[in-house]
Design a binder for this molecule. Structure first.
Ligand SMILES: Nc1ncnc2c1ncn2[C@@H]1O[C@H](COP(=O)(O)OP(=O)(O)OP(=O)(O)O)[C@@H](O)[C@H]1O
Length: 300
């Protein structure tokens, strides 16, 4: 029988079945704190969320809204304890969870690509003869075409971020928590990381990532927006950017993205102008690729 673990407490609970997709995390009225020194300040209150296996979720919100705190709590880090309610996690070896942080330099541990990925493998007691193949396939999974003996310091920021993701995958992680993984990257490197995230998700990985870049949430199947210590929105990127009525006026009232104080991505602003001028589009684009497709479909 499968079980879930009650985070920051010791009980092991029987898993609740809910549909065919099992929950990786279930939060019930969960208060989540942030440990600073000896103090714990409650940052998020009474969260009710179910995060299913295979989901790809963008957690968004303005500076200080608690995105990183939520991610740390999901990752089970002591710095973000559950101070009330419950946060339960599926306990299954196949659902190994790994975190990747904003600044790759702060988490790379090896001097070479091989050493960096190998560090996690050693910690997982992977037999040394299996390591070269595990390193090779992790690099291939993220499309990082560099020799394993390449010094880490010679990689670009985007390559370093991909290396961090590869190191997580090499350990067998099927669940990735990525804290603003693209915020320090140039546009090309950001596209590479998003492409890899999409690919991993299509291959079955569960991905939760935080971002303030609304032009990247099209990679998600679900957006969770935080505001004033709670969940202000939970739904699809389209609904987050256009509202439930597919609003084309871009009014703050109708648009969850504007309501939580975030800017609409350029592609959505352009689409809204086109729609307002009476140009019908086949879909509501959420990013530049979608806008290009909607426009070329129109005049094909
Ligand atoms: N080291 C810290 N010491 C004290 N307070 C902190 C610390 N880190 C975060 N906080 C506070 O905790 C709250 C939540 O911060 P958190 O980093 O989770 O938000 P965030 O949405 O990820 O923000 P950002 O987008 O700026 O990274 C904020 O009020 C923030 O000021």
């Amino acid at each position: 029988m499968s079980t879930i673990f009650l985070y920051n407490q010791v009980d092991v609970l029987e898993r609740e079945e809910s549909g065919s997709v099992r929950a990786v995390w279930t939060l019930q009225e969960a208060d989540i704190g942030l440990q600073t020194g000896n103090e714990t300040e409650t940052v998020l209150r009474r969260l009710n969320l179910r995060i299913g296996e295979g989901e790809c979720i963008a957690v968004v919100g303005r500076n200080g809204s608690g995105k990183s705190t939520l991610l740390r709590a999901l990752g089970g880090l002591a710095i973000a304890p559950v101070t009330g309610g419950k946060l339960m996690r599926e306990q299954d070896e196949e659902l190994l969870v790994r975190m990747v942080f904003q600044n790759p330099d702060a988490q790379l541990v090896g001097e070479t690509v091989y050493e960096d990925i190998g560090f996690g493998l050693e910690n997982r007691a992977v037999p040394p003869p299996q390591m070269p193949e595990r390193v090779r396939s992790a690099l291939a999974a993220v499309g990082l075409d560099v020799p394993p003996d390449r010094p880490v310091e010679s990689l670009s920021g985007g390559q370093k971020q991909l290396l961090c993701i590869a190191a997580a995958l090499a350990t067998g992680a099927q669940v990735l928590l990525l804290d603003e993984p693209t915020s320090m990257l140039d546009p090309e490197a950001k596209r590479d990381v998003l492409r890899v995230m999409r690919k991993l998700h299509q291959e079955g990985a569960t991905i939760v990532w935080t971002t303030q870049a609304m032009d990247e949430i099209g990679a998600a199947g679900r957006v969770i927006a935080l505001q004033d210590g709670s969940v202000a929105f939970d739904g699809t990127p389209e609904r987050f950017l256009y509202g439930s009525e597919g609003d084309t006026a871009g009014s703050e009232e109708a648009c969850p993205c504007l309501k939580v104080g975030l800017r609409l991505p350029y592609a959505v602003q352009v689409a809204q102008r086109l729609l307002r001028s009476g140009i019908m589009l086949s879909a509501r684009p959420v990013d530049n690729g979608g806008l290009l497709k909607a426009v070329t479909d129109k005049w094909r």
